[in-house]
Design a protein around this ligand. Structure first.
Ligand SMILES: CC(C)(COP(=O)(O)OP(=O)(O)OC[C@H]1O[C@@H](n2cnc3c(N)ncnc32)[C@H](O)[C@@H]1OP(=O)(O)O)[C@@H](O)C(=O)NCCC(=O)NCCS
Length: 280
């Protein structure tokens, strides 16, 4: 019989091992962050004393993002994925969450539709191979020391939702890799760059008030980290974002489908890079 429990610190190594098999590049710190920011929103599926699957969620007010749905290969097609999904959706509904989003792989889309999710847009993925080549220089001033409260306010005002708890933890863990950019009227964008277990650096979130600021940030990040492979995820609705990542030498990789359940929200105009496929 399958039993579902809340994820605890003791499950983190297992969770990370599942993401390793899928080559998603997660680190244990990613799961520790879920547990610190949203301790009752992540679950593990068990059969007797064996862990078989996981799912995570992060909540920003009445908005939640669901990710890391993985079932161990030998236990698939027995309904475990569905049980995990139903549990996490039930908890989020009880918390009063009005919108749940996820980035679904195409083979799973039918199941998500069955659970009430609808299609929103293609969530594009890009990769920039390691290179020594020069990149486009921006004209704006880049700050290297993050002013966390300004970043949290900027993010809240641009997206219309409060991601403070999560971002504070993320930026606090990566203070040396959170450049921000100053425009005519103060801060006009910020980004976070994180090392991944796949040996790449992932850029996200990258939020900016205008394309010039986003481009300046991306130039600065490519100049600093471009000797490694870089990845970024971009909502297909933000065509300016697609333009600048292509200009900076990024290439398309297979996308996923951004889906939502409940009230639809539009906040992507200023999103030049999503946080990641599992966090939104
Ligand atoms: C997606 C996944 C969690 C489904 O888990 P599962 O326990 O096998 O799913 P269930 O047994 O509950 O099956 C639910 C339905 O989903 C289908 N399904 C969903 N996602 C699938 C996927 N990626 N591959 C194959 N089948 C999938 C199953 O075939 C099944 O439909 P059916 O019963 O009509 O045949 C599992 O396939 C997995 O871990 N895949 C790798 C990680 C991944 O892609 N996660 C989804 C990210 S959005």
């Amino acid at each position: 019989m399958i039993r579902i429990s809340e994820m605890t610190a003791e499950d983190v190594t297992f969770a990370r091992s599942l993401t390793d098999i899928e080559q998603w590049g997660h680190l244990e710190e990613d799961f520790q962050r879920f547990l610190e920011v949203n301790p009752d929103g992540c679950f593990v599926a068990w059969e007797r004393s064996e862990r078989l699957g996981i799912v995570t969620s992060v909540v920003h007010g009445d908005y939640a993002f669901l990710g890391n749905l993985i079932v161990a290969k030998e236990a698939r097609a027995r309904g475990i994925g569905l049980v995990l999904m139903k549990r996490v959706i039930d908890i989020l509904d009880r918390k009063g969450v009005k919108t749940i989003e996820l980035d679904g792989v195409f083979r799973a889309v039918e199941v998500y539709r069955m659970l009430g999710f609808r299609d929103k847009y293609l969530s594009l993925r890009f990769m920039r191979p390691a290179s020594k080549g020069a990149c486009i220089k921006g004209e704006l001033t880049i700050c290297r020391t993050p002013n966390i409260s300004s970043i949290l306010r900027f993010d809240r005002e641009r997206l219309g939702m409060d991601r403070s708890n999560f971002l504070e933890h993320l930026i606090g863990t990566h203070p040396d890799a959170t450049p921000s950019v100053i425009g005519r009227q103060g801060m006009s964008g910020y980004g976070v760059v994180r090392f991944r277990a796949t040996g790449t650096f992932h850029i996200g979130p990258l939020v900016a008030g205008d394309t010039e600021s986003a481009s300046a940030l991306l130039s600065s990040i490519c100049a600093e980290h471009g000797k490694s492979d870089l990845t970024i995820g971009v909502p297909c609705t933000n065509t300016s974002a697609i333009g600048i990542v292509l200009k900076h030498g990024f290439c398309h990789r297979p996308p996923s489908l951004r889906m939502y359940r409940g009230a639809i929200r539009f906040y992507e105009d200023r999103v030049y890079g999503i946080i990641s496929a599992d966090v939104g």
